[in-house]
Design a protein around this ligand. Sequence first.
Ligand SMILES: [Zn+2]
Length: 194
Amino acid sequence: MNYRKILVEYGKKLLDKKLVEGTSGNISLRGEDEDTFYITPSGMDYLEITERDIVKINSNGIPYDKSQKPSSEFRLHLEIYKNYPNYKAIVHTHSPFATAFSVSRKKIPLILIEMEPFLGGEINVAPFYKAGSVEVSKSVIPYLSNANSCLMANHGVVCCGSDIKSAFLSAEYVEDAAKIYYYSLNIGDPKIIG
Ligand SMILES: [Zn+2]
């Protein structure tokens, strides 16, 4: 599997689908062995990232190529891979509707039938800690066992999957659910499933 190529492609998809703005967000893939993963670089335009810019890091967060700088949020990915061996890909977005719910620190309840099979249920909000900190990376862990995605307070969304396709699909479904829930709240009296 060409991890670097996949991450370059999906970085562009993040922009295309308007799940991130500027250089925000990041994506990673678990590597050949449990101790390695590949992640998008720090502060680079998704349209300019090439395969060589993708950072391969070990389980301590150290890049194999010391001259490279991984996304500042690499600890988040590290902690999730450590706690959930079943997750092989992580997509972190700042998609607008879902991030608005994270700012209001309100969960997205089970309102659409797709949410159960694709996301695992309702999407909760992990508490606020400084971006990139050890605390923020640990804070999401309890919220990723029932559902494969959660919101990070005043920050954005983190979605996990057994492969990049499913993690990316989750990122799209979380944003879709947030948007529809927002509209329904405006119309009034949204009904929760089950
Ligand atoms: Zn972020």
